[in-house]
Design a protein around this ligand. Structure first.
Ligand code: SPD
Length: 277
């Protein structure tokens, strides 16, 4: 890619986001996907998988704090945490900062995503070398199928529901997650945009609700994801994120998540509430 060219992500059939690029830093076809690293004027370095924006230096903190911290802080003792996907290490960075976490396992199918992120996104990936972290380069669906009664918290930091990631949005996978969690465990998955992924959100919410006694959706603003309004869905066996003691939420030096946002993120505008009825 030559300096000054525009990168365009076709976010839906009829909508695109374009960013002017400074430089293309890396491109390869791994066993699973096209991996690209591009430097942009507006959002800094940006990781793309199959041409879709996964993370950028400027806005990554929103997504990574919000996929990890509402779930971790809902569980009173999140000692053993699993991340499925998330090979850039951003979710792991937030998890290892939590004072109660003893072990964080990353299960990422594509080892090249980890390598490229370590090389070009050290701000995001550095915690992958933390002694509390175990890295499994493995299929998350298989790992979930083989894990029983193991984890306190699971974060599903997937790509969009296209190709190999489709299975990470399936009811069977959520049942596997239920079985992989301890008796008071909980999980969270990224569940796309309420503006353009309405049917997916409805289906996933209802599938999770059929399995978990407590199911809650929450929102955050991620400017480089389609529409900028992003959803996450939490399924919990015992603990309700809205019944957390605010004073028990540790300060982990965040830039988006706070103990107020922990509760406010679950306050949904009526057009989103309607999707969940
Ligand atoms: N539309 C892209 C959604 C990608 C969500 N996962 C990103 C992984 C960042 N750790």
């Amino acid at each position: 890619m030559v300096k000054g060219l525009w990168f365009t992500e076709l976010q839906t059939k009829n909508m695109a986001l374009s960013l002017k690029t400074k430089q293309s830093l890396h491109h390869e076809s791994s066993e699973f996907q096209e991996i690209s690293m591009v430097d942009t004027y507006e959002f800094g370095r940006m990781l793309l998988l199959d041409g879709i924006i996964m993370t950028t230096i400027k806005d990554e903190f929103v997504y990574h704090e919000m996929i990890a911290l509402p779930a971790l802080n809902t569980h009173p003792n999140p000692k053993n945490v699993l991340v499925i996907g998330g090979g850039d290490g951003g979710a792991i960075r937030e998890i290892v900062k939590h004072p109660k976490v003893e072990k964080a396992t990353l299960c990422e199918i594509d080892g090249q995503v980890i390598e490229v992120s370590k090389k070009y996104l050290p701000e995001i990936s550095a915690a992958l070398d933390d002694p509390k972290v175990e890295i499994l380069v493995a299929d998350g669906i298989k790992h979930i199928r083989e894990s029983k009664n193991t984890y306190d918290v699971i974060c599903v930091d997937s790509t969009d529901p296209i190709g190999p990631a489709v299975g990470l949005f399936a009811k069977e996978f959520y049942q596997g997650i239920y079985d992989a969690l301890k008796e008071d465990g909980l999980f969270v998955a990224q569940t796309e945009s309420p503006w353009v992924n309405e049917e997916l959100i409805k289906r996933v919410y209802n599938d999770i609700k059929d399995i978990f006694p407590i199911t809650k959706l929450y929102l955050a603003n991620v400017p480089t994801y389609p529409t900028g309004l992003w959803s996450f869905t939490m399924g919990s066996k015992k603990y309700d994120p809205l019944k957390v003691d605010k004073n028990s939420i540790p300060d982990t030096n965040t830039k988006y998540y706070t103990s107020e946002i922990h509760f406010n993120a679950f306050q949904l505008p009526p057009f989103v509430q309607k999707l969940l009825k």
